[in-house]
Design a protein around this ligand. Sequence first.
Ligand code: CP
Ligand code: NVA
Length: 301
Amino acid sequence: MNHFLDIHKTDRAALRSIIDGARAMKTARNDRPKGAPDDEQPLAGRMVALIFEKPSTRTRVSFDVGVRQMGGQTLVLSGADMQLGHGETIADTARVMSRYVDLIMIRTFEEATLLEMAEHATVPVINGLTNRSHPCQIMADIMTFEEHRGPIAGRKVVWSGDGNNVFASFAHAARQFEFDLTFTGPEPLDPDRALEGLYRTERDPAKAVEGADLVVTDTWVSMHDPQSARERRHNQLRGYQVNEALMKRAKDDALFMHCLPAHRDDEATSEVMDGPHSVIFDEAENRLHAQKAVMRHCLGV
Ligand code: CP
Ligand code: NVA
């Protein structure tokens, strides 16, 4: 079963073919209207369930539009409105959903929920973000980097801020795509210990970004973090804001990425987000193309 659960759980050749397929599909669409079908309709007759237990703009819209462009249909479901939110087990939900749909994408809290869904589903399951990781985002980010700067292998990527779920997928990708990853952030917000060995740490952000080809950050408070942690996190992370002064220390042609949604002038200044290094809206667009290729990989079509 071709699930797409995490970047390190899909082999390198498949990851490369997903990125290359995404770029080819993007090129093939050229300037067509967003709602126009692709020439190829690999998802014709297929039904895709998109389950959300957390809010989403990009993931929801890009999966839905992507399925339709490829000729399939979607069911967008809120976890809270399903029996899943009222005590039905994940295993039973997975078995039932597999009788109706060809593919399941789920955004949830605990990684265990995703893994249980994948274990009991008889159709492929895609990770649309958990508290632990966000692999679809990083596939779009790799695609975006390579569109602008060529192969990411051997390049220096620096993450400034919270060692969160999006960072974790960058760490998984660093090994698979062979780039160098540096984390800069405060010790209490260090990445998951399971990621050790996949990145290096430099506490001083100015030193960390020296020679960087790509500087990345994300929100200081994720959806799964308690709102009560907000003030403490802001105090811990203020020194890791990505601003013009920090970007000046990276390579002249360094790119800036943020998966969005952003809290402008917290983790990154508007000057950087809207400035010449920023490719944040290409990243957002590429969610669509990368996920279309992920779905084709999962379905083998
Ligand atoms: N980057 C991302 O996954 O955005 P959404 O939360 O809007 O889906
Ligand atoms: N780290 C963020 C990413 C949102 C796309 C979160 O989990 O809320």
